[in-house]
Design a protein around this ligand. Structure first.
Ligand code: NAD
Length: 429
């Protein structure tokens, strides 16, 4: 099929490349000329495991990128909207990019004779497709949704860092559509995958994505709360959660206590669901608490540091790990941000390292000293904080000898506490 992808970030680039790999003709559209140029050269604008190889295989063949909506909509039969849906200043979803993309697509559908399907893949609160995207598409195309063009909602469940794998090995595919023709066209694109396909209306599809992310965020905050209690009781929370996770009703995933969740999805999606609930006059107490537990973990880590170094002013502290999780260069809502922010406010000289994300963090904290290796970041510091679960931090033992003080505060349980040279403190263990 001929597919256009609107927005070439994590979701758009991975979706476009994987659809091309399935044999489709793909045109990616972005408003950012740099991204378009990179994709046409076969260079992914974001880091994702396995993406570069795949993009190189298809760029210039059955995948290309453009700034030109006319070209993209004219030469495709289905468009996937993959633009950002950030939080506004009140935590509610900001649908500006969805409106803009819908307008741009609608203006081009106007001149098309053939039936075009528009699919919202961005994460949007229930009713966005039917009450925001569809009316804008109808207004600018002058055509009727469900008759002269199709509309669908196909949420994306990929994990950053493992996005290509997840796209190609889905647990389930959710297709929301308010008309059968659109539903069957979207479904046909996924015929290569042997997993359950849930078909529903667009509102339910939108809600499924929020409930999935909110549930995972809840599991993390729950595990962190359990970890905070276990720490005080001197119980190993990892042993507790290992046993708890063996219950098939619970599953072992997302039970690792620590510094909390970040990234472009969990914090914003939980906030957006809270915002949507308040619109329908419901106060989601549990979801609000999930965010509160998450927001408190970085300050708990600083408190632990202060147990060892009560006066932080003038001290030199290493922060290892800046990305919001391992295997990505994404720092959006990274827990390292509040940690570094607090340290700087307390007058600390921060020495930082991350295998991938330092360039992005430089824009947030230009005054921090960034190093090329973890060992260099540890040189002469009074203490070290582990903020991201990079596997290379499991093998730091020799590097700790470069520290002046030997205090290691681990927010992710990656460091081996058996290393005789260090004073080890786990956040929840
Ligand atoms: P991103 O910020 O990485 O990329 C978005 C891209 O859209 C950018 O390249 C931007 O230039 C482009 N864009 C903005 N307005 C545009 C327009 N009018 N026309 C064309 N391009 C435009 O975003 P992302 O992380 O890929 O997320 C996109 C959506 O997918 C969001 O709703 C997000 O919540 C959701 N989502 C993200 C993930 C994830 O892991 N990142 C996973 C599942 C769902």
């Amino acid at each position: 099929m001929r597919i256009s992808i609107i927005g070439t970030g994590y979701v758009g680039t991975v979706t476009g490349t994987c659809f091309a790999h399935l044999g489709n003709e793909v045109i990616c559209v972005d408003v950012d000329p740099k991204r378009v140029e990179m994709i046409n050269k076969g260079i992914p604008p974001i880091y994702e495991e396995g993406l570069e190889e795949l993009l190189k295989e298809h760029a210039g063949k059955n995948l290309r990128a453009t700034l030109d909506y006319d070209d993209a909509i004219e030469n495709s039969d289905i468009s996937f909207i993959c633009v950002p849906t950030p939080s506004d200043e009140n935590g509610k979803i900001d649908l500006r990019f969805i409106r803009e993309a819908s307008k741009s697509i609608g203006e081009r559908i106007k001149n098309k004779d053939s039936y075009h399907v528009v699919v919202v893949k961005s994460t949007v609160v229930p009713e966005t497709t039917s009450k925001v995207a569809t009316p804008v598409l109808e207004e600018y195309s002058g055509k009727k949704a469900g008759k002269e063009f199709g509309v669908g909602m196909n949420p994306e469940f990929l994990r950053e860092g493992k996005a290509v794998y997840d796209f190609q090995n889905p647990d389930r595919i959710v297709i929301g559509a308010d008309d059968k023709k659109a539903e069957s066209i979207i479904r046909s694109l996924y015929s290569a995958y042997n997993c359950p396909i849930i078909t529903t209306d667009t509102r339910t599809a939108e809600m499924i994505k929020y409930v999935s992310n909110s549930f995972l965020a809840t599991k993390i905050s729950f595990s962190n709360e359990v970890g905070n209690i276990c720490k005080r009781l001197g119980i190993d929370t990892y042993k507790v959660m290992e046993a708890v996770g063996l219950d098939a009703r619970i599953s072992p995933h997302f039970l690792r206590s620590g510094l909390g969740f970040g990234g472009s999805c969990f914090p914003k999606d939980v906030k957006a669901l809270i915002g949507k609930a308040s619109e329908v006059d419901y106060e989601p107490i549990l979801l609000k608490t999930v965010l509160k537990v998450n927001d408190d973990q970085p300050s708990r880590l600083i408190q632990l540091l202060k147990k060892h170094i009560p006066e932080l002013n003038g001290k030199k502290i290493a922060v290892l790990g800046l990305a919001f999780k391992n295997d990505t260069d994404d720092i959006r809502e990274s827990r390292a941000i509040p940690v570094i922010g607090t340290l700087l406010a307390e007058g600390v000289d921060v020495s930082a390292y991350d295998p991938m994300a330092a360039e992005h963090m430089k824009r947030v904290f230009p005054n921090v000293k960034y190093h090329r290796t973890a060992g260099d970041a540890l040189e002469g510091v009074d203490a070290c904080i582990i903020a991201t679960e990079w596997s290379e931090f499991e093998k730091l033992n020799g590097d700790f000898s470069r520290m002046k003080g030997r205090i290691v505060i681990d927010g992710r349980k990656v460091v081996n506490p058996e290393d005789k040279g260090i004073i080890y403190e786990g956040l929840c263990w």
